[in-house]
Design a protein around this ligand. Structure first.
Ligand code: GLN
Length: 503
């Protein structure tokens, strides 16, 4: 018999084993996580909506299937949380915006439907930056989410709620979305694993669009292996997403590397310069040494155009956002002001009141970048930089199996520390945006700690590879986890005094 708090510490792989041995049930696991949410959500605010009743009902159905020997998938019975920008039919989808505060989803996103088809009970919807724009979760219209490692710090963003939920033992695993780092950076700030799959690997159908050429859904998990298990559930061709790529394998089975001999890992020199916090630099360099000790050939490499990535990303993502968010006009759906003189005023006032400051900033930035007279100067230039980056990453990956960099230049900072200057916040996306611009898969894996004012905070490393390399990247990460776990001592939520009520 395990206590609820013990169940909340197990990985998905361990939960699957406990279920198979009949040591626990899906109802018990789901109840354990719901108790953990009840105990911690007020303090952390990782969830915007909790599906207590339906999650337990779905868990009971899973237990019935298990008794009948009719499991739907290896993850049948494992509960899961979803970022609040993915549609679940009949449920609210707010994108943490006043604009969609009362919006009820008319259908279910493909990625979420795949979780359902796999028999995974849905725990609820996670907090985020409004419309996924931000890096700290402070842009949520409903309140900030707190980092489980230190409540006065940000969990990262925009999938801050999903990462905090997994790190605090409030979900065994979660889905986030990533346009420029929104899965990987919060994973790094919260000490968990985050995966941005190759563009086209996971269907975007039913994901509220931010920047359609960059958006991808991916898992946030306690371990690389758990993330891989989730990828095998959610990946795959979907005729409802025109950018879905049928040539990418949906299976994400990992290899067990006894040694990394034969693998070349490149460290782009542009990623280790100015602006990088020393504890992050040291943690990632130590990870490089560790990978070398495990047999990998670790070499220096170069992406000369990397300094242009951030500007290109903010021009392109804002341009796409300005056109994607035009649909929120207070007419078809979304917030509508009560009083207006004419149609123009209805649009203007509804958007003025419905959107938060950061979303408005992106819309204005994007509209400006696309305006005639400036299009060549900004949008076209950014497209050219994107093409250059694609080429240079292709070159680097022709000799390297993976590129190792920091995930973010810092570890989790204090709430409010970056809100005064949006540029400073944008700079934190330096290492994550290239994967979205190039469409390449990228994983974020805990690789060490930083200590500040007596608190220990996690640091993440980024492994990026060729389009079809995700199983390799996660296999390297899993091998690294096996070697370092005892030393790093940063298994999520083990630092938490209160991880859920006892059974
Ligand atoms: N922080 C980045 C931004 O604000 C990335 C967001 C994301 O990936 N959704 O645009």
């Amino acid at each position: 018999m395990r206590t609820y708090s013990e169940l909340c510490k197990l990985t998905v792989r361990e939960l699957i084993a406990a279920l198979a041995k009949g040591e626990t049930t899906s109802v018990e696991i789901t109840q354990a996580y719901l108790s953990s949410i009840a105990a911690q959500n007020e303090a952390i605010f990782a969830y915007l909506d909790v599906y207590t009743q339906s999650a337990l009902a779905e868990a009971a159905q899973s237990d019935e299937r298990r008794k009948a020997g009719k499991l739907l998938s290896p993850l049948d019975g494992i509960p899961v949380a979803v970022k609040d920008n993915m549609l679940v039919e009949g449920r609210k989808c707010t994108c943490a915006s006043k604009m969609l505060a009362d919006f009820v989803s008319p259908y279910t996103a493909t990625a979420v439907q795949k979780l359902r088809n796999a028999g995974m009970p849905l725990l609820g919807k996670c907090n985020m930056d409004e419309f996924a724009m931000g890096s700290s979760n402070e842009n949520s219209a409903f309140g900030v989410c707190h980092n489980p490692w230190a409540s006065d710090r940000v969990p990262g963003g925009s999938s801050g709620g999903a990462a905090a939920a997994v790190a605090a033992g409030m979900a065994p695993v979660a889905l986030g979305s990533d346009t420029g780092g929104s899965i990987r950076q919060p994973a790094s700030f919260c000490g968990v694993v985050g995966v941005k799959p190759a563009y086209g690997a996971v269907s975007r159908y039913g994901l509220v669009a931010f920047a359609s050429s960059l958006d991808q859904i991916g898992p946030i998990a306690k371990t690389a292996e758990d993330a891989a298990l989730m990828m095998s559930v959610i990946a795959g061709y979907d005729p409802r997403d025109a950018t879905s790529d049928a040539t990418l394998a949906s299976d994400c089975t990992l290899r067990t590397f006894d040694s990394l001999a034969g693998l070349t890992i490149g460290l782009p020199k542009e990623c280790f310069g100015e602006g990088l916090a020393m504890p992050v630099y040291h943690a990632v360099q130590a990870a490089a040494e560790q990978l070398r000790a495990m047999g990998a050939n670790v070499v220096e490499t170069s992406i000369p155009s990397l300094p242009y990535a951030l500007s290109a990303y903010y021009v392109l993502s804002s341009a796409e956002a300005s056109s994607n968010l035009a649909r929120f006009d207070g007419v078809r759906y979304g917030y509508r002001v009560k009083e207006y003189a004419d149609l123009d005023e209805l649009y203007r006032k509804s958007r003025e009141e419905g959107f938060g400051i950061e979303v408005k900033r992106r819309i204005m930035l994007g509209t400006f970048a696309l305006s005639s007279g400036y299009q060549d100067q900004y949008y076209l230039k950014a497209q050219q930089a994107r093409e250059l980056l694609r080429y240079e990453f292709g070159q680097a990956l022709s000799t390297c199996d993976a590129l190792l960099t920091p995930v973010a230049p810092t570890y989790a900072y204090r709430l409010g520390a970056m809100t005064a200057d949006p540029m400073e916040m944008y700079m934190g996306d330096l290492y994550t945006v290239p994967a979205n611009l190039t469409g390449l898969p990228n994983v974020s894996v805990p690789c060490g700690n930083a200590t500040e004012d007596g608190v220990t905070l996690p640091v993440g490393m980024s492994l990026l590879g060729a389009r079809d390399s995700l199983p390799t990247l996660l296999s390297i990460a899993a091998a690294y986890e096996r070697e370092t776990k005892p030393n790093l001592g940063i298994r999520p939520y083990e630092h938490l005094r209160k991880g859920g009520e006892s059974a």
